[in-house]
Write a protein that binds this ligand. Sequence first.
Ligand code: ADP
Length: 199
Amino acid sequence: MNNIVWHDHKITRAERSSNKNQKPCLLWFTGLSGSGKSTIANALDVALHERGYHTFLLDGDNVRHGLCNDLGFSDNDRVENIRRVGEVCKLFADAGLIVMSAFISPFTSDRRMVRKLFPAGEFIEVFMDAPLETCESRDPKGLYKKARAGEIKHFTGIDSPYEVPSHPEIRLDTSQNTVEECIDSLIAYLIDRKLIASK
Ligand code: ADP
């Protein structure tokens, strides 16, 4: 590290994003498996794309196929997984994009680590606050069934803790609200914070 010097780019992140008439930010979706992170992040991606914004979505499972395919689910590997994801999200935001990420990210310290990479107001923690019973009854990937059968160890919500965010910027309960209602709340937040224009 000692001989590595940071190069300042001639084009700043503000210039890159103003070219696109948007402000960079990261919407960090966190919550139990099945709470709706991927569904809502994808629907928001579509809604923003249709409005002409330049977005990118990082999904937990997809990242583990490539960048993080050397990592498992030990405590150290989970921390490293989130650290890498946070750094990648930062690079996309530096490129001027509105970034969405969908990772269970059960630990407060990991989410705080990513938050610290972003200027104030650009890290938006979206807590998917659906009850465990709802998530388990959905079981979109059949993982709860396997976890209950003891086939998956350290499964968040079953035998590994989920630390509830104390001050998320946005809280959504997909057991109470439809996908459309969740998207309306997110778009309203982005407009209110002047991250996107009202149209
Ligand atoms: P996660 O990414 O948090 O693991 P997913 O988005 O993969 O969760 O799964 C959520 C499941 O719940 C999907 O099968 C989705 O169709 C279903 N679902 C039902 N109602 C809602 C809702 N209001 N919002 C989001 N997902 C919902």
